[in-house]
Design a binder for this molecule. Structure first.
Ligand code: NAD
Length: 357
């Protein structure tokens, strides 16, 4: 079995799907591991480190040998078309939005495994790229908020007077939100969080933050949040609007699987916030939780800074790659045993993750 860790080409993408560590471990599974020269450079992994791990430098003459291609974002369809029939592509693929990519999976020519589709069962945790990358994104979002805020996060007693701690509100307490709460707490802020899943109350409190009860509970399929009804949204917004007047920093992380991010902070709410407040909208990637968010930009609206950073996990490329690459290695181990390919389509982790048009 031959596996290739490809060099990413998407603008701003610094992560890599194969690290020297996973190259070594995949080699121990009897896999011949290839890396594309320069693949790990932006994440801090040199070609020499891959060589030391026993991986081989890939050249274009080898396309027809590759059985498994590992990537972060999908390479162009022309690139993947060079793979032999029956080869597998594993990564954050979006065939639903990319017809040329989806076409490569027709008649089972290639197996596409968009890891966003992995069922989030206990057994799948070690392969869960959404969780590993969301952790880094939540951490970075809190740091960006701290950097943008014209104030300290911690309480300080100084000769120039006492500084009160910043009040931080984290909207959405999934993997990213909980990490943003934990990071803001470590910086000394007074932190609150809320979510529509009731079990988050205890999770938020266990991080030393306060659960902000907006009186809305909305759990849908698989324990995930569902979209709110109009009445629920109105209730959430009424209570939140009042509350935001006394908050210095908002970190938005709310998402509903397969949908545009819910709009939670309206323009009118922003206009009610104090000048100098900061909103960092991690949900910008899927449209944003704040009505005024411009994905990829940082704007100011009536004295309030609204940042909608994209590609946050990529900003912590070294460790985001280490975690991501381990997730992929664990997924590959589902279908490579003793150096042989073997797809057990009865295994729901393989069957449900495989793209089928
Ligand atoms: P996500 O990125 O899809 O959503 C982020 C958060 O936004 C969620 O907590 C969601 O409840 C919340 N949200 C949605 N609409 C909202 C609204 N209108 N107002 C406030 N909050 C709103 O979620 P995620 O971080 O990928 O994961 C969420 C859930 O999946 C959690 O329960 C997590 O524990 C679970 N999970 C389970 C496993 C596992 O068991 N293997 C692995 C990962 C995640």
């Amino acid at each position: 079995v031959a596996l290739l860790g490809i060099k990413e080409t998407a603008p701003g993408e610094r992560r890599v799907a194969l690290t020297p560590e996973t190259a070594r471990k995949l080699g121990a599974l009897g896999i011949t591991v290839w890396y594309q020269p320069g693949a790990g450079q932006a994440a801090g992994f040199t070609d020499a480190a891959y060589d030391d791990a026993g991986a081989r430098a890939f050249d274009a003459a080898r396309w027809a040998e590759i059985d498994i291609l590992l990537c972060v974002q999908a390479p162009a369809a022309e690139v993947l078309a060079q793979l032999k029939p029956g080869a597998s592509v594993v990564g954050l693929l979006t065939p639903a939005a990319d017809p040329a990519l989806a076409a490569l999976a027709s008649d089972d020519r290639l197996h596409l495994f968009p890891l966003q589709q992995l069922p989030r069962t206990t057994r799948a945790q070690a392969m869960d790229v959404l969780s590993s990358q969301a952790g880094m994104a939540g951490y970075k979002a809190a740091l960006i908020a701290a950097e943008r805020a014209p104030r300290f996060f911690p309480m300080l007693t100084t000769a120039a007077g006492t500084v009160r701690p910043a009040k931080v509100l984290v909207i959405g307490a999934g993997v990213a939100g909980l990490q943003a709460i934990a990071t803001s707490r470590r910086l000394g802020a007074q932190v609150e969080g809320f979510d529509v899943r009731p079990e988050t109350r205890e999770q938020i409190q266990s991080l030393g933050a306060r659960f902000l009860d907006l009186g809305v509970s909305a759990v849908g399929e698989g324990g995930y949040a569902r979209a709110l009804t109009d009445e629920e949204r109105a209730e959430q917004q009424r209570r939140l609007g009042d509350h935001l007047r006394s908050v210095d920093v908002v970190v938005c992380t709310a998402a509903v699987p397969g949908r545009r991010a819910p709009t939670i902070v309206t323009a009118a709410m922003v206009e009610g916030m104090a000048a100098g407040s900061v909103i960092v909208d991690l949900a910008a990637e899927s449209g944003g939780n704040c009505e005024l968010t411009q994905p990829g930009e940082c704007i100011e609206h009536q004295g309030v800074t609204i940042d909608g950073p994209l590609g946050l996990a990529s900003r912590g490329a070294t460790q985001a790659s280490e975690m991501y690459a381990r997730n992929l290695m664990n997924f590959v181990a589902l279908f490579v045993r003793d150096g042989q390919l073997g797809f057990d389509w009865e295994d729901e982790l393989l069957a449900k993750t495989r793209w089928q048009a």
